[in-house]
Ligand binder design. Structure first.
Ligand code: MG
Ligand code: MG
Length: 249
């Protein structure tokens, strides 16, 4: 069942999203070669708690950390720990916050120091596919228009879009209906209505779209070892068009 959120509920989701964004601003300054991903996670957790909120991922189905930190060929769900960031790597950080019973969810890929033009392009196209896909999230349109737009942009750039993991509705739970695939043809799936709130999150691989899960049962990596980027917004469908609740550059 896809929930329709009232203005007040969307305001509460927006509030959680603001904390997610502030956590990104805070942690971004700490990303540099030599830093451990577990250190970043500890800072993110403290920051979220200092805002009177809860890191939504901690304990979610047993996830052991407050954020997902995925480096290089890690697509999503990387467990922060002793891994040290190295110059030239890309790192995707995914942050979820619960505050007053409502959730916000957003992800962003960062460069560690100076990165290759190829990785820069991968990040740029992934972000662009999200920005363009969101524009399709209009009242009355079918959800797959978002999916199709994302896939088209990614594949036109000769990258591949991950199929096994998808975006989701969000609100009183971190993951709600509907699933939001990042691929598919136009004009299928549910029709978007005012008050729906979606987490739209393309995961884009430099090489093939196939992914595998590591023995830790969380970390998803590209099967071919190529780097992967991930950008995610929480988006409200409004009568004035899509509103990004976690806007960033
Ligand atoms: Mg997320
Ligand atoms: Mg999400």
């Amino acid at each position: 069942m896809i929930h329709i959120r009232s203005k007040r509920e969307i305001e509460l989701i927006r509030n959680s999203c603001r904390i997610v964004l502030a956590a990104f601003d805070f942690v971004e300054k700490l990303i540099k070669p030599g830093v451990e991903t577990g250190f970043l996670d500890g800072k993110i957790e403290k920051f979220i708690v200092s805002k009177g909120a809860r890191p939504a991922f901690k304990g979610y189905r047993g996830f052991p950390a407050s954020s997902c930190i995925s480096v290089e060929d890690e697509v999503v769900h990387g467990i922060p720990g002793r891994r040290t960031l190295k110059e030239g790597e890309i790192v995707s950080i995914d942050i979820g916050v619960e505050c007053e019973g409502f959730f916000g969810d957003s992800a962003k890929t960062f460069a560690v120091g100076e990165i290759s033009p190829e990785k820069k392009h991968l990040m740029k196209i992934t972000k662009q596919s999200l920005d363009e896909g969101v524009k399709e999230a209009n009242c009355g349109a079918r959800l797959s228009n978002v999916s199709h737009r994302i896939q088209t942009i990614v594949e036109d750039a000769s990258f591949s879009i991950v199929r096994e993991l998808v975006g989701h509705g969000i609100g009183r739970k971190l993951h709600e209906d509907p699933q939001v695939p990042n691929f598919g043809s136009r004009n299928s799936g549910p029709r978007l209505r005012e008050g729906m709130v979606l987490a739209i999150e393309p995961m884009v691989n430099f090489g093939d779209y196939a992914v595998e899960t590591l023995d830790d049962e969380w970390t998803v990596v590209t099967a071919d070892g190529s780097p992967s980027a991930h950008f995610e917004y929480t988006v409200a469908v409004t009568s004035n068009g899509p509103e990004i609740l976690t806007p960033y550059k």
